[in-house]
Design a protein around this ligand. Structure first.
Ligand code: NAD
Length: 261
């Protein structure tokens, strides 16, 4: 547990399910106030709030599209009116779609970039502006992916957006380090969340993914939430501009694991 997080406020985008819900719940367990953001799944957001409250935190939900400036502004306003401030901003919302690149339309490319990269920029900018206005040493955490580093055929926009998140994170970290603002990214590998539910329900697909993970298992949302809590806390006060891989070793070139290559 991180005592310094107690009574602070976090905004977690896309937290009606999956990694966002788990991060919101974990930060709630640290005694934080959480703004739970959902896009369409209001019931999921309510479930996240119940989990936060059961864990000892406080939560409130707000619908917003993180790819729009108005949506991000609504999140900020809701955090201020509900809890009086923002200390931690987690840009978690993300989308993906599978399609050969030669068939992908500009509209579909743009949809993914708008949520995964532009949304992270607008959210980070909003948080940084707030921290600067109040002279605060706040924290931004961006959800990247192993595909920040690993190319992913049929997911070109997703991989490009996550590589962009990695460089955006480093650049913002450098730009605001002297103001005490920390900006870091977490890059999950293959995690057990709804985005992967259909794939991992198929034993063959699950086994083929597990082969790509040196630890030979997919990760749990709590593994990512634990990394987020640490990065948010004072325990990570000298850490900025990193991408923290939470991937069971997936980025370690698993093909070389048993002497191949
Ligand atoms: P998920 O699909 O379960 O959840 C994504 C959330 O983002 C949903 O709640 C969705 O409603 C929300 N969202 C989508 N578009 C939005 C918008 N325009 N405005 C607001 N919210 C929006 O996915 P997840 O697995 O929990 O992934 C969370 C993050 O972690 C994403 O950025 C994803 O790319 C990243 N990630 C996930 C994995 C994995 O294996 N699950 C691996 C690497 C990276």
């Amino acid at each position: 547990m991180y005592e310094d997080l107690h009574d602070k406020t976090a905004v977690v985008t896309g937290s009606s399910k999956g990694l966002g819900a788990s991060i919101a719940q974990r930060l709630g367990a640290e005694g934080m106030n959480i703004v739970v953001n959902y896009h369409t799944d209001e019931e999921g957001a309510r479930a996240t709030i119940r989990a936060i409250e059961d864990a000892g935190g406080a939560g409130t939900a707000i619908q917003a599209d993180v790819s729009s400036e108005a949506g991000i502004q609504a999140l900020r306003d809701h955090a201020l009116s509900s809890f009086g401030g923002i200390d931690v901003w987690v840009n978690n919302a993300g989308v993906e779609s599978e399609m050969p690149s030669d068939e992908r339309t500009v509209e579909e490319w743009q949809r993914v970039i708008d949520v995964n990269l532009t949304g992270v920029f607008i959210g980070s900018r909003c948080a940084v502006r707030h921290f600067l206005e109040f002279g605060m040493s706040g924290v931004v955490i961006n959800l990247s992916s192993v595909h920040e580093a690993i190319p992913w055929p049929h997911f070109a926009d997703y991989a490009a957006s996550k590589a962009g998140v990695g460089m955006l994170t480093k650049t913002l970290a450098l730009e605001y380090a002297d103001r005490g603002i920390r900006v870091n990214a977490i890059a999950p590998g293959a995690m057990n969340t709804p985005i992967n539910a259909a794939k991992f329900a198929d034993p063959k697909a699950l086994a083929s993914t597990e082969k790509l993970v040196p630890m030979h298992r997919i990760g749990e949302p709590e593994d990512v939430a634990a990394a987020a809590a640490w990065l948010a806390s004072e325990q990570a006060k000298y850490v900025t501009g990193i991408t923290l891989y939470v991937d069971g070793g997936m980025t370690l070139y698993p093909g070389f694991q048993y002497g191949e290559g």
